[in-house]
Write a protein that binds this ligand. Structure first.
Ligand SMILES: N[C@@H](CCC(=O)N[C@@H](CS)C(=O)NCC(=O)O)C(=O)O
Length: 211
């Protein structure tokens, strides 16, 4: 299989982090979003939505959506479990992952793209960025409280929720989105997560890492 991706972007980054936690290696084709390479006809022919990442399976099937790709790879590589063991652990992990994507990653991305987007031809709307800046702290405070003294969002092992939050946090950091210093548990988690091999994982040593 082959992964089409651009790891500095938050959805590619969360998938890369997942691959790193699993130590999965696969063939990668870098598609530079900042040069609009995802709008090239050969990419749109595979993925008409144009978004990254997407995975091309050996039979030519194209999988888009980072979460669907993580779930697919989790079924192929169940160890170590990144979505929990038991039905309730799996539901709680998925709950946190959805909160991290919809509540954090999406808002961080909208702040960046409506102020200082690295993508060409984006119509920035500062009012949207402002609204997202107002909404973001509440969900982060909730995650910070829920995490408490745990090592990871869902407990003592990393899960797909950590991968999504890490992708969002790193993208925000890269573009000056401020995370309140009062989020002590999340800042501790982030500092510790930065030390993990998954934070800089290159799933295809044949390509230059752009993390
Ligand atoms: N829901 C998709 C979103 C994919 C997506 O929009 N990716 C962004 C990078 S984070 C992208 O490729 N943006 C390019 C564009 O919107 O033109 C996922 O979870 O993978």
């Amino acid at each position: 299989m082959k992964l089409y991706t651009f790891p500095p972007a938050p959805n590619p980054r969360r998938l890369n982090t997942y691959l790193g936690e699993k130590q999965i290696l696969l063939s990668v084709e870098l598609v530079n979003l900042t040069r609009a390479e995802h709008k090239q006809p050969q990419i749109l022919a595979m993925n008409p939505m144009g978004g990254l990442p997407f995975l091309e399976l050996d039979d030519g099937t194209i999988l888009t959506e980072s979460l669907a790709i993580m779930e697919y790879l989790e079924e192929l590589n169940p160890e170590p479990p990144m979505i929990g063991h038991t039905p309730v652990e799996r539901a709680l992990t998925r709950r946190l992952e959805r909160i991290c994507e919809l509540g954090v990653l999406t808002r961080v991305a909208r702040i960046v793209h409506n102020t200082n987007s690295p993508l060409p031809d984006v119509n920035a709307d500062p009012a949207i960025a402002e609204q997202m800046r107002e909404e973001l702290p509440r969900v982060l405070r909730m995650l910070d409280q829920e995490m408490g003294g745990r090592a990871f969002l869902a407990g003592d092992r990393p899960t797909i929720a950590d991968c999504t939050l890490f992708g969002a946090w790193e993208f925000g950091r890269m573009f000056g989105v401020e995370f309140d210093s009062g989020l002590e548990n999340l800042h501790r988690w982030h500092q510790s997560f930065l030390q993990r091999p998954s934070a800089t994982w290159n799933p295809d040593p044949g390509t230059t890492s752009v993390n």
